[in-house]
Write a protein that binds this ligand. Structure first.
Ligand code: CP
Ligand code: NVA
Length: 311
């Protein structure tokens, strides 16, 4: 297991292609040996804190289980229960957390909070989702693609929907691994320009294709991987009606749209899914769907990441 060049993970941009591949290869090893009662106790005596400003099912569960199976401990911190909610600064909170635990996973509203935590903590900080990025999800997504497609070469991934946190990191991660990308995103919902610039730069380095289109069929036609996510991310609830009228029905991944992908294409979604909105049940429960492998892989990749940062 290689040690990572950066001792934090704010975005998939922090990792090199070699590091991503190495993390995935180790995650595949963890998956092979997964009996829920791992003989690998390499994180014995280590404690991971999970500081969450937003709800979570998979991220919290997979990190807590990963730590437990590797012999470590976790402490879940709902931000409302901390003095942070009464005005204690991030600086002082970070210094305090660093005195007790070995690593911090944070799920935050504003990505600036992740950057402030990285700056002020003396321990590795992992972004467990911010408004801009979701790197742990993308590690699991890339692992799932590799498992099902055996290689990243000559693949085309179609993103359909909102240019959100998952989209941002997925585009960067795919570009780094040389996967061609067709993104179907409505006007004014694209990722921010600095993120697009990174995707363009990484795609050029790998000689792969990156296009943004408005027509989902143009993106999905002959794609190997089709991915979507909610149209209304946490924190965007006030825009619920406006977003639904922009995205539905045009950007919904349904059986008809999925029919344009290759016969052996896979469908992915980070979950939670709003069935009937961004995806229909026939797709998410259909034969091309690998969403449960994708969810399971969160656990294995989390182990790989924790072992790299703390082992
Ligand atoms: N995909 C994902 O991060 O799920 P949770 O919000 O349930 O953690
Ligand atoms: N884009 C979604 C992802 C949830 C895992 C959100 O931020 O709510």
């Amino acid at each position: 297991m290689i040690s990572l060049s950066k001792k934090y993970l704010t975005s998939i941009e922090d990792l090199t292609a070699e590091e991503i591949l190495n993390l995935i290869e180790h995650a595949i090893e963890f998956k092979k040996n997964n009996d829920g009662n791992s003989s690998n106790q390499s994180l014995s005596g280590k404690t991971l804190a999970l500081l969450f400003e937003k709800p979570s099912t998979r991220t919290r569960l997979s990190f807590e289980t990963a730590m437990f199976q590797l012999g470590g401990n976790t402490i879940y911190l709902n931000s409302n229960d901390l003095q942070l909610s009464r005005g204690e600064s991030i600086e002082d909170t970070s210094r305090t957390i660093s005195l007790y635990v070995d690593c911090l996973v944070a799920r935050v509203n504003s990505h600036n909070t992740i950057l402030e935590l990285v700056q002020n903590c003396k321990i590795p900080v992992i972004n467990g989702l911010s408004d801009l990025y979701h790197p742990c999800q993308i590690l699991a997504d890339l692992m799932t693609i590799l498992e099902h497609k055996k290689s990243f070469e000559d693949l085309t991934l179609a993103w359909v929907g909102d240019g959100n946190n998952v989209c941002n990191d997925l585009l960067i991660g795919c570009a780094k691994m040389g996967i061609n990308i067709n993104a179907a995103i409505p006007q004014s919902y694209e990722p921010p320009q600095p993120i697009l610039d990174v995707v363009i730069k990484e795609s050029k380095l790998k000689n792969s294709r990156f296009t943004i289109v408005r027509e989902p069929i143009d993106a999905v036609k002959n794609a190997d991987v089709v991915v979507t996510d909610t149209f209304v991310s946490i924190g965007k609830e006030k825009e619920d009606e406006k977003r639904k009228s922009t995205f539905i029905p045009k950007y919904q991944v349904n059986g008809k749209l999925m029919g344009y992908s290759k016969d052996d294409a896979i469908f992915m979604h980070c979950l939670p899914a709003k069935r009937g909105q961004e995806v229909t049940s026939d797709v998410i429960d259909g034969k091309k769907s690998v969403v449960w492998d994708e969810a399971e892989n969160r656990l294995h990749v989390q182990k790989s990441l924790l072992a790299s940062l703390l082992g």
